[in-house]
Design a binder for this molecule. Structure first.
Ligand code: ADP
Ligand code: MG
Length: 326
């Protein structure tokens, strides 16, 4: 059935958008939004292109989940609270079964993270999904990349390397079965934006970033923005059971260092506040591990049990000769 643009929006994307701060949602020329008093707008946008950021023919529910979650990960890395989002959808043809599954995944993630769809755009063309999230944060508590200093400790949340292992598995380059295979697939399509952790760290961490291109590349951004160097103790990198069980440990560590797609947070903490962070970790309120330290200078060095460790590569960059096609 041929579906017009307006019918499509009505059928799949217009839901009750009554929510804090939404003066006007979908259905007007602009959404009208009101930030909580004293907070500034933290906004971020990401585009997913079929064949480049997700495999051609991937499950639309998975794509929608991933698209929103990846954006929310950026919000988490600022210590902000997500409020609203917009969706620009480019579709080759409006297929109802595709739209039904896509909007189901989208609203499921939106509900889970309390983020309300307030507008968008719908066009015809190669399948492309752009989501912009708007969030609120107090300007003096926002976690920026440029706040770190020599002597600060480096931490990461959760486990690293799962995203890259999942991609290798989905492409057929890594053999995995049973629980580990399911775990990796979920990690890829449903990354966990560390929103609670980000807000817990706002006012405590000196800098933070979400790990989308690999720890080396993303910690590198903190180092560059803050004018410091970093040394990482590779044996301290937290690995999931699935990764720790791989026979090729060097591969697992390289994925943890440079694989990307993990959407964990990397954050730095001044020594006088490390006790407070360690207390949160000890109490089970924050799942994170110390992995290194910042020093004066620039660049990144890695050691494994005190000896130099040379990573295979330093991270994913779009438009590199080394680009991925997932
Ligand atoms: P305009 O011509 O003013 O850009 P549109 O016809 O593109 O308006 O959209 C009509 C309304 O539907 C707007 O409020 C817009 O924000 C919303 N909208 C369009 N596409 C989507 C979408 N994919 N998801 C959510 N809202 C959408
Ligand atoms: Mg429009």
């Amino acid at each position: 059935m041929a579906l017009g643009e307006f019918e499509l929006i009505e059928a799949y994307f217009r839901r009750d958008s009554r929510a804090p701060g939404v003066i006007r949602g979908i259905g007007d020329d602009c959404a009208l939004l009101q930030l909580p008093p004293g907070q500034c707008l933290a906004t971020t946008v990401d585009t997913l292109v079929e064949g480049r950021h997700f495999p051609t023919g991937a499950d639309p529910e998975d794509i929608a989940q991933r698209a929103l979650r990846v954006n929310l990960s950026d919000v988490a890395a600022m210590g902000a609270e997500p409020l609203w989002f917009t969706l620009a959808l480019t579709l080759p043809e409006p297929r109802e079964s595709w739209l039904e599954a896509f909007s189901r995944g989208l609203f499921e993630a939106a509900r889970e993270y309390r983020c309300v769809l307030v507008g968008g755009d719908t066009t015809r063309g190669p399948l492309t999904i752009t989501i912009q999230v708007m969030a609120a944060v107090s300007p003096d508590r926002a976690l920026r990349r440029d706040g770190a200093a020599a002597g600060d400790l480096v931490y990461v949340t959760g486990t690293l390397g799962d995203g890259a292992a999942a991609l290798a598995f989905l492409k057929g380059d890594l053999e995995m079965t049973g629980e580990a295979a399911d775990y990796l697939k979920t990690r890829f399509y449903k990354p966990l934006p560390r929103l609670v952790e980000g807000r817990m760290l706002a006012g405590l961490a000196s800098a933070a970033i979400d790990i989308s291109d690999g720890l080396l590349a993303d910690l590198g951004h903190i180092c560059e923005a803050s004018g410091v160097a970093a040394s990482l103790a590779v044996e301290q990198l937290p690995l999931s059971e699935a990764l720790a069980a791989l026979p090729d440990r060097r591969q697992a560590l390289n994925w943890a260092l440079a694989g990307g797609d993990d959407y964990e947070l990397c954050f730095t903490v001044p020594p006088d506040r490390a006790g407070a962070v360690d207390k949160l970790i000890g109490a089970g309120q924050l799942i994170a591990a110390p992995v290194g330290r910042l020093e004066a200078g620039g660049g990144l060095t890695c050691t494994y049990q005190g000896r130099d460790f040379a990573p295979e590569k330093t991270g994913y960059q779009h438009f590199d000769s080394d680009h991925r096609d997932a």
